[in-house]
Design a protein. Structure first.
Length: 251
């Protein structure tokens, strides 16, 4: 490291930028803060020093797929939730299983997902995951029909505080991590869990927030003749428990 560099100045500038940024910052972004041409090794060393300085505090500096950012430690989140209470997201069995297949088998086509799950995948399931920013179309398979290939995004890794796909947790834990991922906007409302044994062609699996975002109203005829009431929905843990069910089919 260049001995002429003012390390305290570097730390102060980096810390200020990271604390005030709403998005993770890459090393390229952080270099723009300085007139000097800083080496990546120098920046990483200073960032590690900042991370160490925040040890034991309620906020920590973490490295995720999209860069570096400050976040509240998980054990502190319960106190922050009192300032801005939000209904935690809940996802159906179909959504969690589809996400798990894409995460662990990517890139995959809709047909691949259907072969593993054994049911038809609703377009609304994929649309919901795309709207959440967790999956995207990354290409087409060169077979008749050229089906779209789906893969997870950096935002998916960021929300799980991961740097790469190699850090993905055991499959059985994915549901729990997804349930605890932070909401990005008011439109990220609860996914409607569906009953055991239903397939994805059933409109009762339609994400409520997708319909609301499109200015649609959900009626009994849109949900298989069943009125959907928040009080009737099973807990999120019921959906989580089904993610592990497809583990043996992925290996």
């Amino acid at each position: 490291m260049d001995e002429n560099l003012d390390l305290n100045h570097l730390k102060n500038v980096l810390e200020t930028a990271l604390l005030t940024s709403t998005e993770p910052l890459t090393l390229v972004d952080l270099k723009k803060l300085f007139d000097e041409d800083l080496a990546n090794e120098t920046l990483r060393k200073v960032l590690e020093d900042i991370r160490a300085a925040w040890e034991g505090k309620g906020v920590e500096l973490v490295s995720v797929a999209s860069g570096w950012r400050f976040r509240a430690r998980p054990e502190s989140q319960k106190f922050l939730d009192r300032l801005n209470p939000q209904k935690p997201p809940r996802y159906s069995r179909a959504v969690l299983e589809t996400l798990a297949i894409i995460a662990y088998r990517q890139p995959v086509t809709r047909g691949d997902i259907e072969n593993i799950r054994g049911v038809t995948v609703s377009t609304n399931i994929l649309r919901s995951l795309e709207a959440r920013g967790w999956i995207d179309v990354v290409g087409h398979r060169e077979v008749p029909g050229r089906p779209e290939l789906f893969a997870t995004t950096k935002s998916f890794l960021d929300d799980l505080n991961l740097r790469s796909l190699e850090e993905l947790p055991p499959l059985d834990d994915l549901g729990t991590l997804v349930e605890s991922a932070p909401l990005q906007s008011d439109e990220d409302s609860a996914e409607v869990p569906i009953s055991e044994g239903a397939d994805d062609s059933d409109l009762s699996a339609t994400p409520l927030h997708c319909a609301e975002a499109n200015g649609e109203e959900l009626h009994a005829e849109d949900t298989g003749g069943i009125e959907l009431n928040a009080g009737d929905l099973p807990p999120a843990s019921a959906a989580e428990g089904h993610v592990g069910r497809i583990a043996t089919r992925l290996h």
